[in-house]
Design a binder for this molecule. Structure first.
Ligand code: URA
Length: 236
C-alpha cells in the first residue's frame, strides 16, 4: 500500500522490488494502469486510494470510507473501552476496524461523529488553518443573556493549556438553549466556557461539522456513509 502520497515510480519500484529503470520500461510497455488509464508519467503522484494495476492485475486497491454516526449519550468516542460501549460497537460495516474517529465527543455528548480510514481527509478537518466549524446545541441549567455572546466572541483564557480560545459564535435560541459554533476542539471546551458563568450544561449535541449536517433520518446510534459531495465539500 502506498503511504499517503508517493511518486508512481517509487511505489512500483518498492512494490515490485525492481529498479526505477525497470519501472520506466514497464511504463513504456503500457503495462501499468492508474485509475483505469495507462500510466505514462513516472512522476505521477499517487496515494493510498489510487487504483493501480500491472498487466491488468490489481496491485493496489484501497477504498476510502467516510461515515457519519449519530452518537448517543453514554457511548464513548474511542475504538476500544473496558467499561462503555464504543462508537465502533455501533457500526456494522465489515471494514469498521479500519476506521478512526475525526474529532471526539464526550461520553455525555450526543450527535455527529465522523469516522474514516482516510487520514489525509481527517487531518485536514482538524488542522487549525482550515478553521472547520463545529456547531453544537447546548441546553443549560441557568438563563442566558447577552454577556455570554460577547464572552464567547472575545475568547476565554484557559490557564491549564495557557491558551485563549478562538472567537466562538454563540446564538441564544431560548432562555436555556444556545447554538455554539467553534473552530477548535479543546478538552471539554463548551462545558468549561459555560463553567465561567457557573452555568452547568445539561445537554450537549453536535449538529454539524463544516458543511456536513447530522442527517435527521438517523436515530441515535444509527450511521450512514457520507455522499461524495459531503466528503468533498465539508471544509469549504
Ligand atoms: N465541548 C464539550 O464540552 N464537550 C464535547 O463533547 C464537545 C465540545
Amino acid at each position: 500500500m502506498a503511504l499517503n502520497k508517493a511518486r508512481l515510480d517509487r511505489f512500483l519500484a518498492q512494490h515490485c522490488q525492481i529498479s526505477r529503470k525497470q519501472v520506466r520500461l514497464m511504463l513504456a510497455q503500457s503495462r501499468v494502469k492508474v485509475n483505469g488509464s495507462v500510466a505514462r508519467n513516472i512522476e505521477q503522484v499517487i496515494d493510498t486510494f489510487t487504483h493501480i494495476t500491472l498487466d491488468n492485475k490489481v496491485i493496489q486497491q484501497n477504498t476510502a470510507y467516510y461515515i457519519m454516526l449519530n452518537k448517543p449519550v453514554g457511548v464513548v468516542s474511542a475504538t476500544k473501552d473496558e467499561q462503555h460501549k464504543t462508537v465502533l460497537d455501533l457500526l456494522e460495516y465489515p471494514f469498521k476496524n479500519e476506521l478512526h474517529i475525526v474529532g471526539r465527543l464526550d461520553l455525555n455528548t450526543s450527535g455527529l461523529v465522523l469516522l474514516t480510514n482516510d487520514s489525509r481527509w481527517s487531518e485536514r478537518l482538524t488542522l487549525p488553518e482550515y478553521k472547520v466549524s463545529k456547531r453544537y446545541i447546548v441546553h443549560l441549567k441557568n438563563k442566558l443573556d447577552e454577556a455570554y455572546v460577547n464572552a464567547f466572541a472575545e475568547g476565554m483564557y484557559f490557564s491549564f493549556e495557557d491558551i485563549t480560545t478562538k472567537p466562538a459564535k454563540l446564538t441564544i435560541i431560548a432562555d436555556y438553549q444556545a447554538e455554539v459554533e467553534l473552530t477548535e476542539g479543546r478538552y471539554h471546551q463548551i462545558k468549561r466556557m459555560f463553567g465561567r458563568f457557573r452555568n452547568p450544561v445539561t445537554a450537549l449535541h453536535r449538529a454539524s461539522i463544516g458543511t456536513v449536517v447530522l442527517d435527521s433520518q438517523l436515530a441515535a446510534g444509527q450511521s450512514r456513509m457520507l455522499t461524495l459531495q459531503e466528503v468533498e465539500n465539508i471544509a469549504q
